[in-house]
Design a protein around this ligand. Structure first.
Ligand code: PLP
Length: 389
């Protein structure tokens, strides 16, 4: 099997999953090999595992700027999002509200509970006036608002929401309502200590910042705010049952600390590489539009819409050449459908079907970017030539 680390592979899909940091792999190994005891047990090895979980809780809380007791370890970002929304709806019987560009882990849960979806601007940020009007309408209809969920950073186009401003609208128009943010894409780019104070609930997922898959966090500020989703053994102070993933939790804490320590330098380095990538493609090809302006998005996000091609065909050629990237267009009944994010942002269909997301991360180098430019340019030329025949 060719690994993603093979020199023949150019990995530009860090928003989907970023490689584990070597330090995080090293940190988890002892808990897979020797210290495998169940942290809920009472013998000495169980107590050691318990201590590792508790120390990780302290380390994660320090990066998030919250109290360790506010941290709930979960099985992934999707679970954290589900717990926030379903837990708030079942606790209050109220209406869930979210933005139209949320990840499916939020959007589908809100829709499942017959909630309300609020539009966004051309950069993919929630429309604050529409949010205010939606909250007023729900309350006028005589229903409480259970929760408002607005993502910190969008996974497709990289846009950043001003959560201070969102919190202001929620406090004014629906005082007492829980504010949740899906910060799954934020850890590499935003100092989470500046995000946490604005919200009641915050979701994270370790595999987006160099930790393993299958472990996440839900921050519940001020103690339990929502009903638990998974009940049974009573772990996490009855907030989330299920035997702790000790190795994953320890590795997540290690990856989060490193991400936090390197964030400023990585933003500068990757911002320059991202600009080189987008400008390099634009210099060689006409009809390549950057979907969100550089100033409105995170440094690792290179999302472009390429005229006269379809993403699916482009991704196929990129994959053949060993370049890993993505697009969120869905092929429904043979016709390319733009992603829900681009549709909500008002990107015209003919542009949206040529969407390409290249996302950079801690292992990205200048040569990855230069190879990415070469392969994207030659693949788009091939597709455009085919289209002309
Ligand atoms: N939320 C966002 C914004 C994401 O990008 C993702 C993963 O792509 C998730 C939630 C789901 O996280 P997980 O893969 O840990 O379930």
């Amino acid at each position: 099997m060719t690994g993603v680390n093979s020199p023949a592979i150019t990995y530009l899909d860090h928003a989907a999953s970023t490689p584990m940091r070597a330090e995080a792999v090293d940190a988890m190994m002892p808990y897979l090999r020797e210290q495998y005891a169940n942290p809920s047990g009472s013998h000495r090895f169980a107590r050691q595992a318990r201590q590792a979980v508790d120390e990780s809780r302290d380390r994660v809380a320090a990066v998030l700027g919250c109290h360790p007791n506010e941290i709930v370890f979960t099985g992934c970002g999707t679970e954290s999002d589900n717990m926030a929304i379903t837990g708030a709806v079942t606790r209050t019987g109220g209406v869930a509200v979210c933005s139209a560009v949320e990840h499916h882990a939020v959007l589908e849960v809100v829709e499942h509970h017959d909630g309300s979806v609020v539009g966004v601007d051309a950069a993919g940020r929630i429309d604050l006036d529409e949010l205010a009007a939606t909250l007023d309408q729900v309350i006028e209809d005589g229903r409480p608002v259970a929760i408002v969920s607005v993502m910190a950073v969008n996974n497709e186009v990289g846009s950043v929401n001003d959560l201070g401003a969102v919190a202001g609208v929620v406090r004014r128009h629906a005082p007492g309502t829980l504010l949740h943010t899906d910060a799954v894409q934020a850890a590499c780019w935003l100092d989470l200590r500046t995000v946490t104070p604005h919200v009641d609930l915050l979701s994270l997922s370790a595999h987006k910042f160099g930790g393993p898959k299958g472990v996440g966090v839900l921050v519940e500020r001020g103690g339990p705010q929502v009903d638990p989703l998974i009940i049974g053994g009573g772990q996490e102070r009855e907030r989330r049952s299920g035997t702790h993933n000790t190795a994953g939790i320890v590795a997540m804490a290690t990856a989060l600390e490193l991400t936090d320590a390197e964030r400023d330098a990585e933003q500068r380095r990757l911002g320059e590489l991202r600009d080189r990538l987008v400008k390099g493609v634009q210099a060689e090809l006409d009809g390549v539009t950057e979907t969100v302006p550089t100033d409105d998005k995170v440094a690792g996000s290179a999302h472009v819409c390429i005229a006269d091609i379809e993403s699916e065909a482009l991704l196929y050629l990129l994959d053949e050449a060993g370049v890993c990237a993505s697009a969120a267009s869905a092929c429904a009944s043979g016709a390319m459908e733009p992603s829900h994010v681009l549709s909500a942002m008002g990107v015209p269909r003919e542009l949206a079907i040529g969407a390409l997301r290249m996302s950079l991360g801690h292992t990205t180098t200048e040569s990855d970017v230069d190879r990415g430019i070469d392969v994207v340019v030659s693949s788009v030329r091939t597709l455009r030539n085919r289209g002309r025949r």
